[in-house]
Design a protein around this ligand. Structure first.
Ligand SMILES: [Fe+2]
Ligand SMILES: [Fe+2]
Length: 512
């Protein structure tokens, strides 16, 4: 590239000599004859180098040099001062004003040319280096930005993954639909930072409608009264889309748009289908982002992941609770069968179950353990189904043989339920509700810690009810008397459980 040199001197002869020799050496030149026009020419031509006389009219060479330095921030343009004066002070002033060299008049043109060549090569090298460095810095900065962005995205991904992982763990762990929807709502609201969420689910008794089952942050109660047809409109559309639907979308079919306007006005701009085995089991409606922005790509991806794990979990929990209902009604039928056989135990099962449930709760057991205790208590005497009515209702004392039959009821009961997967955990409570801490109970003669807490709870509840009920051979004891009797039998009953029972009676939770 041809280099451009600005030559400034108030003596036209000097300018002429220098420019001529520069041009014959391949340079392009511009010239000026005073300080002010020198700066104008500098601004206009952007020279690569300036040869500058010190003693200029209108503005001296030092001031011009200073000015050039302040404009040329990267120090790319060398300035060579020319002066008739070689007093060290003047030279020093020249260097201080930013000149690279100082040539004394009269000069040899060769010397000037050699210096110009030299400075231009240096300046060019510096400029190239600087530019390369700038590119590197830019790349570095971009790299750091990329690194930070990737790091941020990675952290978010890990967080998302953890959320999904804990959600799917919850979905497998939580069988209670209410608890499950609660976790689901909190996850959706928290992860998407939205103000509200609502879940519609297939109605139990008819498969024709979806209705409201729960939500968070609703603006009003209107939604709770809404039913959506499962086979057409929005439901059908969502099932065919299998994806997020934006309810403000202008391209929605007419019947879908009608439902959408309504739901959108209730504060839900988006919805997502819950699909299990190609059936629409529910629809999740999603509120506005708290920052009022539209959902971004990551939000939608997150939403898809959460909802697809939730769909199966929610359906399983519903099936599970339906199954549980079926089992419970079966159990109730079984229990009423025993009570029909044994007139003295009327209401016994129900009371024992009530005491046992209250004890399990008082003792801080978790939901699964409470359920086990509850089922175990309801079923504890189910083995009496196998005991002859004549024995159960015999007014007088039982013979040894008859006792043997009665004492078999825990074992018989455990055998009845042992094949029901759902009641597996209650089996131990049924079998061991007549075991005693000192080992004198039946059927296995277990001692102390060998008897599970659940079985001990049922044992206390069972004995407490037996003591406080009328029997053919004695009258019922009062609650206080029965509790004192139990407290005196620490060798047989778990006193921690008995003391909890005392608390429940004291607080009036268990009444006479
Ligand atoms: Fe029993
Ligand atoms: Fe009993």
């Amino acid at each position: 590239m041809i280099k451009n040199v600005l030559v400034v001197d108030d003596d036209p002869n000097v300018v002429e000599i220098i420019t001529e020799s520069l041009q014959s050496n391949g340079y392009r030149t511009e010239s000026a004859y005073d300080g002010v026009s020198a700066l104008e020419a500098y601004e206009k031509y952007h020279p690569d180098l300036v040869v500058l006389d010190v003693g200029l009219p209108r503005k001296d060479g030092f001031s011009v040099c200073n000015e050039i330095r302040s404009r040329d921030v990267n120090n790319d343009v060398p300035v060579i001062l020319i002066s008739g004066n070689s007093v060290p002070d003047t030279m020093l002033r020249g260097f201080n004003s930013g000149a690279q060299d100082y040539i004394k008049k009269p000069f040899s043109v060769k010397e000037v040319l050699a210096k110009i060549d030299n400075f231009l090569v240096q300046a060019n090298g510096r400029k190239n280096l600087r530019e390369a460095n700038e590119i590197l810095e830019d790349e570095l900065e971009q790299g750091q930005k990329d690194y930070k962005r990737i790091n941020r995205e990675l952290k978010k991904k890990i967080l998302d993954f953890e959320t999904l992982f804990s959600l799917s763990k919850d979905l497998n762990r939580l069988r209670d639909p209410e608890e499950l929807t609660h976790v689901f709502f909190l996850t959706v609201i928290g992860q998407l930072a939205i103000d509200s969420v609502a879940l519609f689910y297939a109605e139990k008794n008819t498969d024709r409608y979806l209705s409201y089952v729960g939500g968070k942050g609703l603006r009003n109660n209107v939604l709770k009264a809404v039913r959506l047809t499962r086979s057409d409109g929005l439901s059908k559309y969502l099932l065919s889309k299998e994806d997020v639907v934006y309810l403000q979308d202008r391209g929605l079919p007419e019947d879908v748009a009608r439902e959408s306007v309504f739901l959108r006005d209730l504060g839900f701009p988006y919805c997502y289908p819950l699909i299990v085995n190609s059936h629409l089991t529910g629809i999740i409606f999603l509120g506005e982002k708290i920052n009022k922005l539209p959902y971004n790509r990551e939000d939608l991806a997150m939403l898809r992941s959460i909802c697809s794990s939730a769909a199966t979990g929610l359906e399983n929990s519903r099936l599970y609770s339906e199954l549980q209902d079926t089992y419970l009604s079966t159990i109730k039928v079984l229990v009423s069968t025993i009570e029909a056989k044994d007139s003295y135990t009327k209401g016994h099962t129900e009371r024992v179950a009530g005491y046992a449930r209250a004890l399990a709760e008082e003792m801080g057991m978790d939901k699964d353990q409470r359920d086990t205790v509850s089922f175990g208590a309801v079923l504890h005497d189910i083995g009496k189904l196998g005991v002859y009515e004549t024995i159960l209702n015999k007014p007088g004392e039982l013979t040894d043989n008859e006792w043997e039959v009665v004492r078999s009821h825990p074992e018989v009961g455990a055998n009845i339920i042992k094949n029901m997967k759902f009641l597996e955990s209650a089996c131990d409570l049924v079998r061991h509700h007549h075991e005693r801490l000192d080992g004198n109970g039946y059927p296995d003669g277990l001692k102390g810690d060998e008897i599970s807490t659940g079985a001990r709870i049922v044992a206390v509840a069972d004995s407490f009810d037996a003591m406080t009920s009328n029997r053919p051979y004695r009258k019922a004891l009062g609650h206080r008397e029965a509790l004192d009797l139990l407290l005196g039998q620490g060798d047989k009953f778990d006193l921690t459980i008995v003391k909890n029972l005392v608390k429940l009676v004291d607080r009036g939770i268990i009444k006479e």
